[in-house]
Design a protein around this ligand. Structure first.
Ligand code: ATP
Ligand code: MG
Ligand code: MG
Length: 383
């Protein structure tokens, strides 16, 4: 037993609380949105993430503190590590909050990242473009998500405008060589406070408009590449001294080389498939890791494809899954719907996901395709 506090009360917090409640823990969310997704299934302190008094109240109410997003205020993180038990510490957050620090740590752990340069002026951007070649991906070092804070530079003509635009954010900047990847994959590893490490199988990720659309497991890559990806994720978890989950996003090139793109020290959207398809879910594994319990078996029970339910998909998804689905029966697929309890189904907002369990990922993909719910028209449809 015991009480676990989570900084952030979005869907990741909600799914952590659901998994941990089944294990006998109580939960408190710290989140500014009243009745946030996690607040609907646990206690909630409604306050800003950087509200030190609220964070102190959370510390007073909880035996263990974790977080469900990586942009935790450094001051709050430092205070919490002094006043509460934060098994993940604040060093991992400090590293993964900043792309340059993150890349150096990934390289130190023995993995490869896309060649990159720190950018401090428009001149240094021009210099980096001439060294790395085009296209190249220009990113803010902090704060980006869903492709925000990025500019793919395709021609030298764009250098000035790209610099003027991204430098407005007032953070440090980085230019990366463009990796012409064949696939994007991710591996989620868990390291417990006593040093045990386990990795979930690699997921193949397909994005639409920079937002995750599908995670396909097993990934359709060579077994040797999948093994190497899992080995790298373990090396990174070890090298960074991670506690809890760490998600490792990677690019796979045509010739099977792996480049690590970025890390997330928390449950990851591409790991939602584990809720029904794995012997242990990523959420249970995170709770086990931060509470010092033995890690669960991360093995796969069944092929699966996870499809995200965005604002524009909610209505057709709920309608489809509320009646008997003969196509699913014929294909031998079992769709499992998860909704996060968010009120406004705004286009592009993550509202839920469906884990499509099947005998093969082909069958799951066929059902997703034939259902027509997530086709291009609905992807761009206004709601
Ligand atoms: P997330 O929502 O995953 O946190 P993010 O905004 O932090 O995304 P990245 O993951 O760094 O951004 O990049 C978003 C996407 O842009 C990647 O998934 C990939 O498709 C593409 N991308 C990023 N960097 C590169 C690169 N160096 N070469 C090729 N494609 C890239
Ligand atoms: Mg990111
Ligand atoms: Mg990413």
């Amino acid at each position: 037993g015991g009480t676990i506090g989570i900084l952030g009360g979005g869907q990741l917090g909600r799914m952590l609380a659901n998994a941990g409640s089944a294990m006998g823990y109580r939960f408190v969310a710290l989140d500014p949105t009243p009745d946030c997704p996690m607040g609907q299934v646990s206690r909630q302190i409604t306050a800003a993430y950087d509200d030190e008094a609220a964070a102190r109240e959370l510390a007073a109410q909880c035996d263990v503190i974790t977080y469900e997003f990586e942009n935790v205020d450094a001051g709050v993180a430092a205070m919490l590590t002094k006043e509460a038990y934060v098994p993940q510490g604040s060093a991992l957050l400090h590293t993964t909050q900043h792309r340059l620090r993150e890349k150096r740590a990934i390289e130190a752990a023995g993995a490869t990242v896309a060649p990159y340069r720190e950018i401090t002026s428009v001149e240094s951007l021009a210099q980096a473009v001439s060294e790395l070649g085009l296209p190249a991906v220009f990113k803010t070092a902090t704060g980006g998500y869903d492709g925000k804070g990025q500019w793919v530079i395709r021609s030298a003509d764009e250098i000035e405008e790209a610099y003027a635009t991204l430098s407005k954010a007032g953070t440090e900047l980085v230019l990366e060589q463009f990796i012409p990847f064949q696939k994007e994959i991710s591996v989620i590893a868990a390291r417990s406070s006593n040093g045990e490490i386990k990795a979930f199988p690699a997921a193949e990720n397909i994005h639409v408009n920079n937002i995750l659309h599908l995670s396909i497991v097993p990934a359709r890559i060579e077994a040797s590449v999948a093994e190497e990806a899992e080995r790298l994720a373990v090396a990174i978890a070890e090298g960074l001294g991670a506690v809890g989950l760490i998600a490792v996003e990677m690019f796979v090139t045509e010739d099977g080389r792996l480049f690590v793109n970025e890390l997330a020290p928390r449950p990851h959207n591409s790991g939602h498939y584990t809720m029904e398809a794995s012997k242990t879910s990523q959420f249970e594994q995170h709770i086990r890791a931060i509470c010092g319990l033995p890690l669960g078996d991360a093995g796969l029970l069944t092929p699966v494809v996870m499809v995200n339910v965005l604002g524009q998909h909610v209505e057709p998804t709920v309608a489809r899954l509320s009646i008997r689905d003969e196509a699913a029966e014929d294909l031998g697929v079992t769709p499992k719907l998860h909704l996060y309890g968010k009120k406004d189904a705004v286009k592009g907002r993550k509202m839920g996901h469906v884990n499509v369990l099947a005998d093969s990922t082909e069958a799951a993909l066929r059902w997703i395709e034939e259902s027509g719910i997530w086709n291009e028209e609905n992807k761009s449809r206004k709601v």
